[in-house]
Design a protein around this ligand. Structure first.
Ligand code: IMP
Ligand code: MG
Length: 185
């Protein structure tokens, strides 16, 4: 596997800006859920770095759980709207205040499917927190309650987001070089 520097076009969001914004989101969420029961649902794998930093910035009591989803068609960049639940929650969510923690919303198809799926279990409330919003690419409307950053239509990696499964460990959000993407997506 090549070094990340060969993949990186530019750093889009540096580590300090990510951390500062996550603190703000944590404070906002803490205010909104004061005195309420809260369950954070992280969408694996991309949301995992964001979850672990966000939960440390939230100072109201809460529990966490995980879900894994896959869009049909491995290696296909565009999500089609048909998603598969690869890992379901371990916790019942009926009557609970659920906050979905996601890395990025692109077309919006993945989150729409997740929302429809979770709503059948009758949570008390269901809200969405996404670190990144690639708003230009939206094909279906997604109600975003907490948004870290709106980003341009570029393929990004790092801070939980992968490029062909690697580089999730990088502490910043970077843009993938165009020549790396050619022929792949
Ligand atoms: P959507 O269904 O098109 O909204 O796709 C959302 C999913 O696509 C995210 O949860 C990511 O897994 C993936 N994705 C979308 N854009 C990017 C990107 O720029 N880098 C890495 N993953 C991405
Ligand atoms: Mg994801």
């Amino acid at each position: 596997m090549q070094d990340y520097q060969e993949v990186l076009e530019e750093i889009l969001i540096p580590e300090d800006a990510l951390q500062k914004r996550i603190q703000e989101l944590g404070q906002e969420i803490s205010r909104d859920y004061e005195g309420k029961d809260l369950l954070l649902v992280c969408i694996l794998k991309g949301g995992v770095m964001f979850l672990t930093d966000l939960m440390r910035a939230i100072d109201v009591p809460h529990t966490i759980d995980f879900m894994a989803i896959s869009s049909y068609g491995a290696g296909v960049r565009r999500s089609t709207g048909s998603v598969q639940i690869k890992l379901d929650l371990a916790t019942p969510i009926e009557g609970r205040n659920v906050l979905i923690v996601e890395d990025i919303i692109d077309s919006g198809h993945t989150l729409t499917s997740v929302i429809n799926f979770l709503n059948t279990r009758r949570p008390k409330s269901l809200k969405i927190c996404t670190l990144l919003d690639k708003a230009e690419r939206r094909e279906v409307r997604v109600p975003i309650d907490y948004r870290g950053f709106t980003i341009p239509n570029k393929f990004v990696f790092g801070y939980g987001l992968d490029f062909d499964e690697y580089y999730r460990n990088l502490p910043f959000i970077g843009v993938v070089r165009a020549e790396q993407i050619q022929g792949k997506r």
